[in-house]
Write a protein that binds this ligand. Structure first.
Ligand SMILES: NC(=O)C1=CN([C@@H]2O[C@H](COP(=O)(O)OP(=O)(O)OC[C@H]3O[C@@H](n4cnc5c(N)ncnc54)[C@H](OP(=O)(O)O)[C@@H]3O)[C@@H](O)[C@H]2O)C=CC1
Ligand SMILES: N[C@@H](CC=O)C(=O)O
Ligand code: NA
Length: 411
């Protein structure tokens, strides 16, 4: 089995090492010889002292002209990667990718090309890093109607929030650390603004509900507006803040979101820290299942790619059920009554507090003043998100202030 490796960064180098490590086992167990025959990178000079320098190239034509049985893509991004993948698939060559950006954007098109050319596209590494989740969702849970999916899906932001909470580390320092450990995307905006988690949620939801959702259609908030003071407030009140991805199939519509939420210490996510991810799936037959493990990093991600590789070696030909269907109706607000924490920043906090009491007369409010940051934290009991936002917007019109509202997530 002649493997072409596209990309040799955090994930690609991990894949290369794991292939070397498993060559004997693959020979013994499957009677196949695994061999990396080409490695595509951008900057060839970086690899001059690599023991396998002769395999490296920065010219895709070298891969086109080589005799290749499997392509593994760990470059990332949409272009030129999308064209590379189309080339392999349209020549009947199986492709494994860790690229969630590409799958969320053109996964359906790529799978159609694979189907037409009787080959495979697999992408277990694209969601939840090392956690086996796509295969269990599609194959092991095939007898279930999937009701909802909720998850911590981004290692970088979970790492940042953990370090800010546990060690009082600053946001920038925590992000730099996550980058140095290879968790973050080339452009970490994808991580911190929630795009990465949203793309993963959409991949999970498309496979789980068999309804395609565009990742740009769902409401999204990352962690860039979460302050150290918010985290301190959460700690004082016995909560934690997590970036949660959540979707629910409501029959004729889908609710889906990525947003920072408050969770209690009893939450299933309370101990999912650092680069760990967790995916909670509810099926009508099986009930709730939780999958957890390292969602980012060199070896966990390479592990998922090796899993896909073993399936291809064994000639398993199950394509992910990642297909476009009719337009799906999207619900924009959280569909259940819930508690919220709102943080306001305003000049006159006393006047703001008075206005809040008059507006929320029917709800138990708990107010906490944080005058050192000119903020007021307001805990609102059972509320409908749409109504809550109408009231909050009324306040921002009256006062010169801004706010962030956190759902208190009950899983
Ligand atoms: N890091 C992680 O924990 C995880 C990453 N992923 C996904 O895996 C993929 C790779 O991520 P990661 O390994 O972290 O990224 P890196 O930035 O560490 O590595 C990217 C690699 O791709 C090469 N490359 C970049 N652009 C080109 C190009 N135009 N042509 C040829 N080669 C190119 C780079 O070459 P050079 O070395 O010369 O610069 C480098 O070797 C992404 O899709 C990411 O989202 C998925 C799960 C987890
Ligand atoms: N940047 C991603 C890497 C894995 O997908 C993350 O932090 O989770
Ligand atoms: Na995975």
């Amino acid at each position: 089995m002649r493997v072409a490796l596209l990309g040799y960064g955090t994930v690609g180098s991990g894949v290369y090492e794991l292939i070397q490590k498993n060559t004997t086992a693959v020979k013994t167990n499957f009677d196949r010889k695994l061999e990396v025959v080409k490695i595509l990178v951008k900057n060839l000079d970086k690899y001059k002292s690599h023991e396998a320098y002769h395999l490296f190239t920065n010219d895709f034509n070298d891969l086109k002209n080589a005799d290749i049985d499997i392509a593994i893509e760990t470059i990332g991004g949409i272009s030129p990667t999308g064209d590379y993948l189309k080339h392999f698939l349209s020549h009947g060559i199986p492709v494994i990718t860790a690229n969630k950006d590409l799958i969320a954007e053109i996964g359906s098109e790529l799978i159609e090309i694979a189907r037409e050319h009787n080959t495979i596209l697999s992408f277990e590494a694209s969601v939840g890093g090392g956690i086996p989740i796509l295969k269990p969702l599609q194959e092991s849970l095939a007898g279930n109607e999937i009701k909802n999916i909720s998850a911590v899906l981004n290692g970088t932001t979970n790492y940042i929030l953990t370090k800010m909470y546990e060690d009082n580390m600053g946001y920038d320092e925590a992000l730099s650390l996550a980058q140095s450990m290879g968790f973050a995307e080339a452009d970490p905006t994808s991580d911190v603004e929630g795009y990465d988690a949203m793309r993963k949620l959409v991949i999970l939801s498309t496979i789980g509900y068999k309804k395609h959702i565009r990742w740009t259609d769902l409401p999204l908030e990352g962690i860039s507006r979460v302050t150290a003071r918010d985290i301190a407030f959460a700690k004082d009140e016995n909560y934690k803040i997590k970036l949660i991805a959540f979707s629910e199939d409501m029959g004729d519509a889908i609710y889906g979101t990525v947003r920072p939420v408050f969770i209690t210490q009893q939450s299933k996510y309370a101990k999912i820290d650092n680069e760990f991810n967790a995916v909670l799936v509810e099926g009508d037959a099986v009930g709730e299942l939780m999958f957890t493990g390292k969602g980012a990093g060199k070896y966990p991600t390479a592990s998922a790619i090796l899993g896909d590789l073993m399936d291809i070696i064994q000639n398993k030909k199950i394509l992910p059920s990642y297909i476009y269907q009719d337009e799906v109706k999207i619900i924009k607000h959280y569909p259940k009554e819930a508690k919220y924490v709102v943080r306001f920043q305003a000049k006159d906090l006393n006047l703001l507090a008075a206005k809040l009491f008059s507006l929320f007369s029917d709800h138990g409010l708990k107010l906490t003043l944080a005058s050192e940051t000119q903020s007021l934290y307001v805990q609102v009991t059972e509320s409908n998100e749409k109504t809550l936002l109408e009231k909050l917007n009324q306040i921002t019109e009256t006062f010169n202030c801004n706010y962030i509202h956190y759902l208190v997530y009950d899983k």
